[in-house]
Design a protein around this ligand. Structure first.
Ligand code: PBG
Length: 347
């Protein structure tokens, strides 16, 4: 039926009305006010967790080349960053250390040093009295000479021996003032072991956000630049991080983490795994987070810098996607930027 060529507007309208039964979905899209009225997912600063990189020194603020706009900060700068987060309405920051290469050894001993970057940052934040959630990553990779999250024996990452050290690390971080322990190591049984240790050592109020479904992903590259593990990592992490091909396995991981005592679960990376976020939220309906990782951030920034996409719109669209998929919040390097837009009423 070529209604246009007939030049008969009335007939065209009648035809579309008949096809749609009068249900024209474009009506609600026609004006800004009605688009706002029917909008399903919204962003709020409450949904954001800001990952912050730490480095040695005084008054240091150094750029991470593969993550334009992202800095590493020395400990004396961290309280000001937290203040900024509070001012923007961001509820929590996540700390990641760029450990001096000299301090990295086979067992990741620096992870158990109460004076390491993360513990010092926690104490600085506590001393400043900032009312903000402090997430700390539990894994050995920024501290090991081989760049793995656990203890390496030959070519194997030892599970149970690694868990024992991760428990120590979690206790130290809690003692320094961490409010959310985020195990990112993917060892079996680590959430239960950490939960039990927290309970029996007076840290029963410390939450656990489990990296439940953490995939062996190519999207972590820029992060590894930021924490200096790109040069240390021997081989890859496929024997403990998940196979990108698997979905049902993510349900099994999350089920165990929840049973073992996780208060919140997380999926990582983010956009390539929206289906996993959706499935976990539908299956368990517990607080579920996404980590929009360094590579996702870098791709948007790189394309925007080339003028190939509108970076700001891509940022907002990607964050909305997480909300639409059911995520309760997102760890994202865009956190301060999007929170500023929200605060200024530009969203
Ligand atoms: C370390 C850790 C990684 C990230 C968070 N914690 C990297 C890795 O597993 O190699 C990645 C975050 C990002 O890419 O933004 N256990």
């Amino acid at each position: 039926m070529n209604i246009q060529s007939r030049g008969d507007k009335k007939a065209a309208k009648a035809a579309v009305s008949q096809i749609t039964g009068g249900r024209r979905l474009r009506r609600n899209r026609a004006d800004d006010w009605s688009r706002r009225m029917v909008r399903e997912a919204r962003l709020s600063a409450d949904d954001l967790i800001w990952p912050v990189f730490l480095t040695d020194g005084d008054n240091v603020e150094e750029a991470v080349p593969s993550m334009p706009g992202v800095m590493r900060y020395s400990i004396d700068r961290v309280a000001a960053i937290a203040e900024q987060a509070v001012e923007l309405g961001i509820p929590a920051i996540a700390l990641f250390p760029n450990t001096d290469p000299e301090l990295r050894d086979d067992l990741g001993s620096e992870a158990l040093n109460p004076q390491n970057l993360v513990c010092r940052a926690c104490r600085a934040l506590k001393a400043a009295g900032t009312d903000i959630g402090i997430l700390t990553d539990v894994a050995l990779d920024p501290y090991t000479a081989h760049g793995h999250d656990g203890i390496l024996a030959g070519e194997t990452i030892l599970n149970d021996e690694s868990v024992a050290r991760l428990v120590e690390q979690a206790l130290l971080q809690s003692d320094a003032g961490a409010s959310v322990i985020a195990p990112s190591d993917m060892m079996d049984g680590r959430v239960g072991a950490i939960r039990e240790a927290l309970e029996t050592n007076g840290f029963e109020h410390v939450r656990i956000m489990a990296y439940s479904a953490k995939y062996a992903s190519a999207f972590y590259g820029p992060f590894r630049d930021a924490v200096g593990t790109n040069t240390t990592l021997i081989g890859d992490k496929r024997t403990y991080q998940m196979d990108p091909a698997n979905g049902a396995e993510a349900l099994a991981e999350a089920e165990l983490d929840i049973a073992e005592g996780a208060d919140m679960i997380m999926v990582k990376p983010g956009l390539p795994y929206l289906d996993i976020i959706w499935r976990l939220k539908q299956a368990f309906d517990v607080p579920t987070f996404a980590y929009q990782v360094s590579g996702e951030y870098a791709m948007i920034e790189a394309a925007a810098a080339n003028g190939w996409i509108d970076g700001e719109r891509a940022m907002v669209e990607s964050l909305l996607a997480f909300r639409r998929a059911g995520a309760d919040g997102v760890l994202t390097y865009f956190a301060p930027r999007v929170a500023r837009m929200l605060k200024d009423g530009r969203l």
